[in-house]
Design a protein around this ligand. Sequence first.
Ligand code: HEC
Length: 470
Amino acid sequence: MIPQRPVSLRFTMLLMYAIALLPAGRAQDVRAVYQQHCASCHGPQLEGGQGGSLSDDVWTYGADDENITRIIREGAAGGNMPAFGTVLEPAQIRALVVYIREMGTRAAAQQTRFNQPTPTTVTQSEEHAFRLEVLTDELGVPWSIAFLPDGRMLVTEREGRLRIFADGKLQPEPIAGIPEVWARGQGGLLAVAVHPDYANNGWVYLAYSDPGADGTAMTAIVRGRIRDGRWVEQEDVFRIPAPLYKRGGVHFGCRLVFHDGYLFFTHGERGAPTDAQDLSRPNGKVHRLHDDGRVPADNPFVNTRGAFPSIWTYGNRNPQGLALRPGTTELWETEHGPRGGDELNLIQAGRNYGWPVITHGMNYNGTPVTDRTAQEGMEQPVIHWTPSIAVGDMAFYTGAAFPRWQGHLFVTALAAEELRRLVIENGRVAKQELVFKGIGRIRAIAEGPDGYLYFGLERPGRLVRLVPAE
Ligand code: HEC
C-alpha cells in the first residue's frame, strides 16, 4: 500500500523534530563527526583540501594535543578554520584529536618500512643486531614466561596449561594438577612467577581467572610446588569473596612482581570502569601483599573503612605489564587504554591513576569517554600511546648479551605487534625505538639467564628469542 502523503509528511516532521531534540551527538561515532564537520575542507581521509592535511604530521599551530584541541575549539586563520567550540562538545573534540592521531599513524605506517625479523635474517636495530630464533610454535596463547634457576622455562597457556620448555624442547606433558581456570574471552591461565628464593622454598606462583557461580569469574593467585611433573602443596595467596566475582570476559590483569618480601600484582577492572575508582572492589587496581598472601600493615588503605586492604593504587584500567626497575624501588606498569590512551605509569602507593574519570582515549565505537585528560589528585601517565598499540607485557633488560640495552625498558604490543625499547631518565622516557613490528601479537616477554630476550607470540602460539648477531 502506498502511504498517503499527509501522514508521511507529518511523520517526517516528527522525526526531524525528534532528531533536533537529541543531545549534541555525544553518542555519534567520531568518524561520522569528522565526515559531517571537517571532511569538506580537510578531505575524507584527512589528506587535505581547502584546509591542510591533518595526517601528514606537519602542524602550523603546534603538534601537541593541547594546540590541536585549541584550534578545533577556537578556529584559526581569520575564520577560514571555523571555531567548533559551540558546535561540538569538549568530549567530541577530544575524540577528534584521537581520531586525527589514528589516521596520522596509519598514513605514516604506509610510508615506513619496519624491522620484521625472521629466523634467516639479521636485523639491525639502533644499538644491536640480532636474529630471531623460534623455539616452538606448538602453543595456544602463551601468556607469561618465567625461568627456574636451572634454566628451565615455565610458560602459561591461557587455555589452562602450564608447560615446561627444557633442553631445547617443549615438554609434551603439561604440569598436572593446576587449578581449573575460566578460559573464556581474555580469561584463563595468566601469569606465572618464580619466587626470588625459589632455591630454598620451591614456590611457583600462578594467577588465573577463577570460575565462580553463575558464569562469573575473577582473578585468583595461588602458589605451589612442581614435583615430578605435578603441581603440589598449593596455597591461596589472593582470593576474593564470591559476591565480588563478576560476569564478562575482559580485563583480568594479572602480572606478578616480587620485591623485598612483597608480591605486587595487577587486577584489570573486569569491564566495569567505575569499579576502578571504588576502593571496596579489587578490580581496576594494583595490589600489594606479603609473598604468603598476608596484607601488609602499612598498605595505603588498610585503615580506610570499607576499602580492600591489599590495594596499592587505583584507577587502573587493564594493566598488562608490571616491572621493577633494576637497582631502584620504582614499580613501572603498562595498561591498556580504551581506543587511545594506552599508558606507561610509575606506580606509587595510594595514588589514583584516573580511569575512567580521565583518559587520553575514547570508546571503541568512536564515541567519547570524557574530554578530561587530567585532573587534580589524579596521576598522569609517564607517556601514553594514542592511537593505542595495545600495550602488553614489559621487562627491564639487565643481561650481558646486549650490553648497550642494559637498563632499558622493553615494552610489547598486541594489536600493533611491536617491540619497543624505552630509555628512562629521571622518571621520563628520554627515547623510544621501535625495535621490530609485524611478526605477531606479543603477549609475554622475559629475559633469560643467558641474557637473551624471550617472547610469547600469538597465532600461532610461539616461543621465540632474540640472540645477538654481531
Ligand atoms: C571551512 C573549511 C574548514 C573546516 C570545515 C574545518 N577546517 Fe580545519 N582548517 C581549515 C583551514 C583553512 C586551516 C588552515 C589554517 C591555516 O593554515 O592557517 C585549518 C586548520 C586546522 C587545524 C590546524 C592544523 C595545523 O597545521 O596546525 C586543525 C587541527 C583543524 N583544522 C582541524 C579541523 C577539524 C577537526 C575540523 C572539523 C571539526 C575542521 N578542522 C574543519 C579549514 C577548515
